[in-house]
Design a protein around this ligand. Structure first.
Ligand code: SAM
Ligand code: SF4
Length: 327
């Protein structure tokens, strides 16, 4: 049982750990075209990241997801996987990636102990792919997905952000892509991070709309699978593919939230839709390797976890971009 319990009696057993804010893509919903990245000295080193992870697992965290930015642009990422893979008590070490480097890295990641992969893929149209990522190549990502399957990963999940007027006509194609490869798929509502303008508001596509598009072709059977987050999962009658909907807007999941994030600057973010954070880097750097001190800071900090996110309150904007947050 996790010792990390917040003021609303929610147990935290899941950490999303960001390993970089950098990325080889510039997805339109995630970062600006010309982002400023953190200077390297502000980024936690491999050793510092592994101390943070150790502190969380010693407190009872069972699941860690590595994310970013794009975790695989960090050259020592497979070494980090090896370090974390050996942490006692850690039951599930996963990663969210854009897939662009998986042809090379899927096998070493699998061999180093990564249990699961989420791979982002919003469209099967090469031109639109390059437009949405501002520079990505679709064929590299598809080759990366196939390399991950060949490396031995099971239960790979595709993440797709659906934007009205851009890729909403591809919902069924994306589902069929996953059915053909026995992958799961989660459709994500765009979250209002960074500067919000009218364009962002008008392209917002709700999970209910996406679900209705799928149900017009395939019946969806509610699944008991729960992740303690904003996702709801469904089974398909004639395939092992699970279909999920991640709906921070239209589904209030806060009462069962089981997770926190640590940004690559070592800020413990208590809620995705909220600016509250605790500076773990200051502790790590002032007292290198002092896991007990880190654990105390985490237990004190968790008391500030807010009861719910503020996405739906008018006028409230979270000015972080996703790559700086750790998606
Ligand atoms: N670079 C990796 C990737 O793209 O999978 C990991 C980091 S990315 C920030 C993690 C996930 O967040 C991706 O699936 C991406 O589509 C999603 N994402 C980014 N910005 C988002 C936003 N504004 N709203 C909803 N999802 C977003
Ligand atoms: Fe990079 Fe992932 Fe953000 Fe796209 S969503 S810009 S791949 S971090």
């Amino acid at each position: 049982m996790s010792q990390i319990v917040d003021g609303f009696n929610r147990q935290v057993d899941y950490l999303r750990l960001s390993v970089t804010d950098r990325c080889d893509f510039r997805c339109v919903y995630c970062m600006s075209e010309d982002p400023e990245f953190l200077p390297r000295q502000q980024v936690l080193s491999l050793e510092e990241l592994s101390w943070v992870a150790q502190a969380f697992t010693e407190l009872g965290v069972k699941k860690i997801r590595l994310t970013g930015g794009e975790p695989l642009v960090r050259t020592d990422c497979d070494q980090l996987v090896k370090l974390l893979g050996n942490l006692p008590g850690l039951e599930d070490l996963s990663m969210t990636t854009n897939g662009s480097r998986l042809t090379k890295l899927a096998q070493p990641l699998f061999d180093n102990g990564l249990s699961r992969l989420n791979i982002s893929l919003d469209t099967l149209n090469p031109e639109l792919f390059t437009q949405l990522t501002r520079n990505g190549k679709l064929d590299r990502v598809i080759a990366g997905i196939d390399a991950a399957i060949a490396a031995g990963f099971r239960k790979i999940k595709i993440n797709a952000v659906i934007l009205r007027g851009q890729n909403d006509h591809e919902v069924i194609d994306l589902v069929n892509f996953c059915r053909a490869r026995n992958l799961d798929i989660a459709f994500i509502e765009e979250m209002p991070l960074g500067v919000i303008d009218e364009r962002k508001q008008s392209r917002h596509c709700s999970s209910d709309e996406v679900k209705a598009l799928i149900e017009a072709q395939y019946p969806l059977i509610p699944s008991s699978k729960r992740t303690g987050g904003p996702a709801r999962y469904y089974q398909m009658a004639d395939s092992s593919t699970h279909v999920g909907f991640i709906s921070p807007h239209s589904n209030n999941f806060c009462h069962e939230c089981n997770r926190v994030r640590v940004t690559v600057e070592g800020r413990l973010l208590l809620c995705l839709g909220n600016e509250n954070s605790i500076d773990l880097k200051a502790i790590v750097r002032a007292h290198p390797g002092d896991i007990e001190r880190l654990k105390h800071a985490i237990l004190d900090g968790i008391q500030f976890k807010p009861q719910s996110h503020h996405f739906d309150q008018e006028g409230v904007q979270v000015l972080r971009f996703m790559n700086a947050t750790g998606g």
